[in-house]
Design a protein around this ligand. Sequence first.
Ligand SMILES: NCc1[nH]cc(CCC(=O)O)c1CC(=O)O
Length: 307
Amino acid sequence: MHIRIGTRSSRLALWQAEYIQQLLEGGGVTSELVLIETKGDQILDRSLSKIGSKGIFTQELEDQLRSGQIDIAVHSAKDLQSSLPPDLGIIAFTEREQVNDVLVSRDKSLSLTSGHPFVIGTSSTRRVAMLKHYCPHIKVVDMRGNLQTRLRKLDEGHCDALLLAYAGVHRMQYDDLIAEFLPVEDFTPAVGQGSVAIEVADTLSLDKLETVRKLTNHQPTEACLKAERAFLRRLEGGCSIPVFALATGTDDAITLTGGLINLDGNDLLRETFSGPPAQAEHLGNELAEAILARGGDVILQAIRAVL
Ligand SMILES: NCc1[nH]cc(CCC(=O)O)c1CC(=O)O
């Protein structure tokens, strides 16, 4: 069996695709990478929340899945839309990397808890709102681009530090720039952070689908991501909405914590639910209903009116 793997060509995307390639190789399946440029890779001068983020990093990959030019598409699970078109589906989530956000800087003495003011570059509405909430002494500047671009901007003095997912920083081997690990209890990550997802079209042969899934899917991670993604779907949150959620689990129970924060950071809602992995999606819906009932619906309306 030979699998054609579609991927974006950023260094992080290539790491992810090569990781999938290795997992397939471990099961004796050969593969090749097909590099695909997306709209999100081309537009670098506008913030993601202004472009309207729906599918901007995935559309071109999905077109090639449908036409059969590629068998699978590899994405950061975090970058996937919460609901996919009916002819596409996720068949695997890889074992999760540590999920924390980290503070990255040339100055390793920087800390968010010190109360000392400095400037952080980020374009994530979740991170901006959380910084306003937990660290009002921090100034935020908008910063887009892949990891290498952001590090260059850091070195050019646009900011003192970046707030990034540990997973990406580690995969790009920038661990020595980590000044601080942020606790997930406060800086709860984005849905899907740290896992790699495999997307296919319904035209893929069952043989290929089952083989790829068997070699790459990590069941405990899959249950956790199902819970988180059900939560995101119910809130109809794309990656530009400041929604956060993290499920952790054992074989018999998963715990899902998540919520929503307004753009000013003064209104943060968070709830926790636990249940059996078989009811992962139910947990996600339960969490969403609780957050909406506590005023999340009003916060979402206000966010949508601005973004
Ligand atoms: N939104 C961009 C993105 N998509 C996935 C990662 C990091 C790796 C991951 O969480 O899978 C990043 C960068 C970041 O948020 O720091």
